[in-house]
Design a protein around this ligand. Structure first.
Ligand SMILES: [Zn+2]
Length: 460
């Protein structure tokens, strides 16, 4: 089996891959509740001869499916969690399957199925050629909570892997070097003294005042942190009836920045603001770190290999009907924003400006901003990891939108999955056949982590 035959084998799995995409899409399960989704993937992998390794307590919806033996040990990351409130049919206007129900607005149904397809194909290759190498499909839950892989890393689930391959559905085909804001998720609970708000306000100490003053402090802090950092909060408990001074109040903060060290230093300052708010109001405060994750550590060796494989196996072509669907979805969005995306990423070669076709040249790929966070970042800090995006949604469609749910359940999304599976299978072929690539990726990783070691953002 040569590389072309391996890629052709991926194509022969199209029906099975597309069925997995649709089964996951039709039964969207949010972070922490991905039981059926994980079971579906376990079942398919088992049927193809993979052995399933469970990771353990607290990670019931995570698993490893392994095939082969010896080096290199390649981790393929697959996610499958959905988002609350993003239920949507394959339609060009808002039309939920279940009102306020969950939906695959981040395309993780595609993500899981694409990685699966690559793993199945590579298993066939190892089996037919008798080559040495181990494929490990990682079933990764709770990505939307930014915590599944952080927990898996902490549990040692990735020990023994040489490198990891990852991708994400998006609007463009591109190999990405920089992505994901590092993040901390922290709840602040203030404790005061309740009292009748009119009759004896002097005896009360308002926990809600403390929450509000902390938010004021945090908003002043914005002026003195790096431009690329992000702070956002909600008030998760603001007390009850206005005639009772709130004894308890709580806020929930996300602190994000392009580098983990910035997140840590901003977090230190935010903790001081919380203490200040408590001091001002004579309340007390406790904070709970719910989670945190790293930014993507680039690996040029793997980024270049990704790019080569993206060029080698051509991106999908679309029917008139598919392009019409894409155009109709774009009409539901802000025209200026869509126009901006089109002019940024669309080649001026006469192709219709609805879906990105072609592969962004690496220089252009640098302008792609993936400013959300992902727990995949943590994996990139413990071993070399790549990241690529595929055009799964029409240009301009934001992640976490009903439009993304619709496209992720359509043939547009599914075609991008075949492409992703071909890219990853091609990369695995290269890595298994050229051990020097693995060594070079690892050498770069060692160099990049010489001075900055990974420390789990999760408290003990
Ligand atoms: Zn996602």
């Amino acid at each position: 089996m040569n590389k072309q035959e391996l890629i052709a084998y991926v194509d022969s799995l199209a029906d099975e891959i597309s069925q997995v995409c649709l089964d996951l899409w039709n039964n969207p399960e949010v972070s922490g509740a991905e039981q059926e989704s994980a079971n579906l993937l376990r079942k398919v992998l088992q049927k193809h001869g993979f052995s399933i390794i469970e990771i353990g307590e607290g990670l019931e919806h995570a698993f490893i499916a392994e095939y082969g033996s010896g080096a290199p040990v390649i981790a393929v990351l697959g996610e499958y969690d959905a988002l609350p409130g993003l239920s949507q049919t394959v339609d060009t206007k808002p039309n939920p399957v279940v009102k306020n129900g969950p939906g695959h607005g981040c395309g993780h149904n595609l993500l899981g199925a694409g990685s699966l397809g690559a793993a199945l194909a590579m298993k066939k290759y190892l089996e037919e050629t008798g080559r040495q190498g181990t494929i490990r499909f990682y079933g990764c839950p709770e990505e939307e909570f930014l915590i599944g892989k952080v927990k898996m890393v902490k549990a040692g689930a990735f020990e023994g892997c040489d490198l990891a391959l990852s991708w994400h559905p998006m609007n463009v085909n591109a190999a990405i070097e920089k992505a994901f804001l590092a993040n901390n998720s922290i709840k602040f609970k203030f404790h005061g003294i309740s009292a009748h708000a009119a009759q004896s306000p002097e005896s009360g100490r308002s926990a809600l005042d403390a929450v509000e003053l902390m938010n004021v402090g945090a908003n002043y802090l914005r002026e003195h942190i790096i431009d690329d950092a992000r702070l956002h909060y909600t008030i998760t408990n603001a007390g009850g009836s206005p005639n009772i001074i709130p004894e308890e109040a709580e806020s929930w903060y996300y602190i994000r920045a392009p580098h983990r060290k910035d997140v840590e230093s901003i977090t230190e300052r935010l903790l001081k603001i919380a203490q200040g708010a408590a001091l001002m109001t004579e309340t007390t405060v406790e904070h709970t770190v719910l989670g945190g994750c790293y930014h993507l550590l680039p690996n040029n060796v793997l980024c270049d290999l990704t790019y080569q494989n993206m060029l080698e196996t051509s991106p999908p072509e679309y029917s008139e009907e598919e392009l019409d669907f894409a155009r109709a979805i774009q009409e539901s969005l802000d025209p200026a924003m869509v126009e901006g995306e089109i002019s940024k990423f669309m080649a001026l070669d006469g192709t219709k400006p609805y879906v990105h076709q072609g592969v962004l040249v690496q220089e252009q790929a640098k302008s792609v901003v993936v400013s959300g966070s992902s727990d995949s970042g943590d994996v990139s800090w413990i071993m070399p990891m790549n990241l690529f995006l595929t055009a799964s949604w029409p240009l301009g469609v934001p992640a976490h939108s009903w439009q993304a749910t619709a496209a992720s359940g359509s043939s547009l999304g599914i075609k991008s999955v075949y492409y992703a599976a071909r890219i990853m299978a091609g990369m695995m072929y290269d890595l298994v056949n050229e051990p020097s690539l693995v060594e070079a990726a690892q050498e770069e990783f060692r160099e990049r982590t010489k001075k900055a070691k990974y420390v789990s953002p999760l408290p003990n």
